[in-house]
Design a protein around this ligand. Structure first.
Ligand code: UD1
Ligand code: MG
Length: 449
């Protein structure tokens, strides 16, 4: 629990280096927008107040973080100007100074942890000094550099574009995260100018201004893998690799076998029970929950699915949103499910599409079964009971139902409901003409000659 600390998240940047129509903070890591990763860290930190600074034309961002309070930065004049945009939300209409500590966090720094924010809060002398979160990296590139004074305190921050060669050689970088005493923050932001390489109001300039005003400025050092700022798609891929590794390690610690961890891709909310085995090359989109003792075979793509204990999936299975699989159920190769519930022990072993369907316990779906769920305008349900046998290559034209214990002959087109216990045969009777095979071949050969 954090005491009297407010957080400002800067998320109004256009992210031009992403070369994208989407705002930068809406790009995803593990299936979730960057801004939502940041918000979840802040939730764990639990501040008294949170304000997210967004652009006026960014309804998606405001929607993604609702109901968290937003402030609008009208023009992109830099990080200092963006922090200023949150003034009213932090201080209130009367312009009362905010007595606590204000943490400024960037929406493009999603690997941070609540523990690091707590460390910064603890280093601020009860909200009296300014603290900057720094990190060391062998490749400081475009990061701002932290210039340290003779006593090891923070003297100022210099942006890479404005730095001298000597300053560029500094390997201690600015992560962007800053803790500033609330009663000084906006007065300091007010003094920032834009006489620099980018012509922007840099948030980083408040360090030198704070020193001039006699405020103590300090550095808390964090880890590079937590403080990566995402500016380009290459940064995004690097962050994805880091977060996937974290999740793989967690799955292994939680008792999940990953035969080749580096080839398994998780989403932020993937939940897997113990003694489940994930074979190489499996992808989990958002919304997947898997029970205990499940086996997911190679090359399966799974999203929005709930999988019961001891089920067996794949290889090459595609489970789409709304899939619910019972215990000991089985989905084999080249089977696609969508909005489909399979009861305990139900099986669809090969080459099927099961969409908008419920299938009862112990039912067997033969190879090549297709639910025709869409008539070009609307979707319709197929309801299959328990202990049903659906023969191979059956077409079920929805809406249609097949009762408990029924048997559908292979290659049927089922267009009418089948009562429990019945046998349905929905195909033309076979005709066999003795010797006509030979005769037909002979005729075809003569035609060709
Ligand atoms: C910034 C820092 C740099 C630091 C790096 C860490 C400044 C001047 N530079 O550089 O010292 O090493 O982050 O990753 O602060 N934003 C707005 N409005 C704006 C501009 C930016 O809301 O007008 C937001 C962006 O959405 C982003 C964050 O502020 O979430 C940082 O902006 P960005 O342009 O990515 O700054 P960097 O160049 O990475
Ligand atoms: Mg950045």
């Amino acid at each position: 629990m954090s005491n009297n600390t407010a957080v400002i998240v800067l998320a109004a940047g256009l992210g031009t280096r992403m070369k994208s129509a989407r705002p930068k903070v809406m790009h995803t890591l593990g299936g979730r927008p960057l801004i939502n990763h940041v918000m979840s860290i802040i939730d764990d930190f639990n501040p008294v107040r949170t304000v997210v600074v967004v652009g006026a034309e960014m309804p998606d961002v405001a929607k993604a973080i609702a109901p968290v309070q937003t402030a609008v930065q009208m023009d992109r004049l830099g990080t200092g100007n963006a922090a200023m945009a949150a003034r009213k939300e932090i201080e209130g209409d009367n312009g009362d100074r905010f007595d606590g500590l204000v943490l400024i966090v960037f929406g493009d720094t999603p690997l941070l942890s609540a523990a690091t924010l707590e460390r910064m809060q603890n280093s601020s002398d009860g909200g009296a000094s300014l603290v900057v979160l720094g990190f060391r990296t062998p490749q400081p590139d475009a990061y701002g550099r932290l210039v340290v004074d003779a006593d090891g305190g923070l003297d100022r921050i210099v942006e890479a574009k404005d730095a001298t060669p000597q300053e560029l050689a500094i390997d201690l970088c600015n992560s962007g995260v800053m803790a500033v005493p609330g009663k000084h923050l906006f007065a300091l932001l007010d003094k920032i100018g834009n006489d620099n390489a980018k012509g922007e109001y840099y948030l980083t300039d408040i360090v030198a201004l704070a020193r001039e005003a006699g405020l103590k400025c300090e550095i808390v050092e964090g880890d590079e893998s937590e403080l990566l700022g995402i500016n380009t798609r290459a940064d995004l891929a690097q962050a994805e690799a880091i977060i996937q590794d974290r999740w793989r390690e967690k799955a292994l610690l939680d008792g999940v076998t990953l035969i080749d961890p580096e080839t398994v891709w998780f989403s932020f909310d993937t939940k897997i029970g113990s003694d489940t085995v994930i074979e190489p090359n499996v992808f989990f989109g958002p919304g997947v929950t898997i029970g205990d003792g499940v086996r997911i075979k190679s090359f399966s793509h799974i999203e929005g699915a709930e999988i019961g204990d001891s089920a067996e999936i794949g290889p090459f299975a595609r489970l789409r949103p709304g899939t619910v699989l019972g215990q000991k159920s089985r989905i084999g190769n080249f089977v696609e499910t969508k909005n489909a519930t399979l009861g305990d022990g139900a099986k669809a072993g090969h080459l099927s599409y099961l969409g908008d369907a419920t299938i009862g316990e112990q039912t067997n779906i033969g190879a090549g079964t297709i639910t025709c769920n869409y008539d070009g305008v609307a979707k319709h349900m197929t309801v299959i009971g328990s202990d049903v046998f659906i023969g191979s290559s059956t077409i079920l034209v929805a809406p249609v139902s097949v009762g408990d214990g029924a048997f559908v002959a292979a290659a049927s087109a089922i267009t009418q409901n089948v009562d429990p216990g019945s046998l349905a045969i929905g195909r033309a009777r076979q005709v066999t003409k003795p010797e006509r095979g030979h005769q037909l071949k002979e005729k075809l050969r003569q035609n060709k000659a």
